[in-house]
Design a protein around this ligand. Structure first.
Ligand SMILES: [Zn+2]
Length: 406
């Protein structure tokens, strides 16, 4: 089977290269914003949106014209990639997966991508990589790159430059290790498994929230763009990056442990995006319990449930296993012992006590057990072919699941 994997390293550019990368990133951002402004203007005039090919043609004109000839200082491929990103942003918006594309700001997700592996040379023995118009760049070689290089993304975060090398390689079909498990995701416990083990939340954000707030207040008191303002800004960025690093580390460790020890993992199909949507709502339909919900939303985002699920999915696939999403109905209210469904079964957030048979257990463990059962039921359905043909395998979409469980 084919495995796609990204390897990320810190770059060690010299001053000239760092300046050039800043400039490339800036020009890419300019292209993205110019194309977005154009699409918006076309929409307002009732014209059709330009496709990728049409935008690329315009890009060539921009680079060769008299108005923005400096665009040609940077390589063309990364600029075209930005047009591709814009295309994707639009289709995500139309598919209701994302909000309307926004203009990019300087210093936020500065990056550019080289799509053509033929233009890239990777010299791992000497810890250096060759990129068009930048030359040889040294990088912190922390591990070997495996597979054939497909594309490369250069990005900046907190004043440091990174290169992410996307590769592809053929590996033997792995045999999954371990059994089946259900996972309940929560606030008090990040993840509870149906066998009773659980992972405490990291809450990296919460712990550093006070420090962050203090740094942000200090920043707001400084005169904008003064030296002290710049220093304060660096401090804020540093705290942000520490929070991000700690969270990434936590999510990776947890998802690796779980995926290495289980062949099949069942998880609630929570619509993380919906749950974390602005609790304030819109002017037409203002949200309810805004304060409480924004707390929950922050906790969800802080713990990165969506990212965790994504990692579980691909890591399980790497080890030959499967992730199965089940609809969340009644998983917290059903008694695993007698099957009685009642919201009174769950008296407190942590404790489950069945009003029918008296079964007692930690509420998160009960949730995980029910999720595991729902996963089993779904599999049985698929294998018997009653609703879905067996060929449908363990598709992760939730279509058909409702009928399956009925
Ligand atoms: Zn019961």
């Amino acid at each position: 089977m084919q495995r796609l994997q990204a390897f990320k390293y810190e770059l060690m550019p010299d001053g000239q290269q760092a300046r050039q990368m800043r400039r490339f990133a800036g020009l890419c951002r300019f292209v993205f914003n110019k194309a977005l402004a154009l699409q918006k203007a076309r929409y307002e005039q009732g014209e059709k949106k330009l496709g990728y090919a049409g935008l690329c043609k315009l890009l060539t004109e921009w680079r060769n014209g008299t108005e923005t000839p400096w665009l040609a200082d940077a390589p063309v491929h990364p600029q075209q990639q930005k047009l591709k990103d814009l295309e994707r942003a639009y289709s995500n918006f139309f598919a209701k997966r994302a909000d309307f594309p926004r203009f990019k700001k300087k210093g936020r997700h500065d990056s550019f991508r080289y799509p053509d592996p033929k233009q890239i040379k990777l010299d791992q023995a000497n810890s250096r990589i060759f990129l068009p118009k930048l030359g040889w760049l040294r990088y912190r070689n922390s591990r070997d790159v495996l597979g054939a290089v497909k594309n490369i993304t250069v990005s900046q975060s907190c004043g440091k430059w990174f290169v992410s090398i996307q590769t592809e390689r053929e590996i033997e079909q792995p045999t999954p290790q371990g059994g089946v498990v259900g996972i309940d995701m929560g606030i008090a416990r990040f993840a509870t498994l149906s066998d009773g083990t659980f992972y405490a939340p990291l809450n990296s954000f919460k712990r550093r929230e006070a420090a962050l707030r203090k740094a942000q207040q200090a920043l707001s008191r400084k005169t904008k763009f003064s030296n002290n303002w710049k220093k304060a800004k660096v401090r804020v960025q540093r705290i942000h990056s520490r929070i991000g690093n700690a969270r990434r580390d936590f999510l990776h460790k947890t998802s690796t442990t779980i995926s290495q020890n289980h062949a099949m993992v069942c998880i609630e199909d929570l619509q993380v995006r919906n749950m974390s949507k602005s609790a304030a709502g819109t002017t037409e339909s203002p949200g309810r319990k805004v304060r409480a919900k924004s707390g929950l939303n922050k906790a969800i985002l802080d713990q990165g449930w969506a990212e965790f699920r994504r990692q579980l999915d691909y890591k399980l696939a790497w080890s030959g296993g499967h992730l199965i999403a089940v609809p969340p109905q009644n998983t917290s209210r059903t008694c695993p012992s007698c099957g009685h469904v009642s919201k009174n079964n769950r008296q407190t957030q942590a404790k489950f006590e069945c009003v029918e048979c008296g079964f007692e257990e930690n509420a998160d463990v009960v949730g995980a057990i029910n999720i595991l059962r729902a996963g089993h039921a779904r599999l049985a359905c698929e294998v018997s072919g009653a609703v879905m043909p067996p060929a449908a395998g363990t598709h992760r979409s939730d279509s058909g699941v409702a009928q399956c469980r009925a």
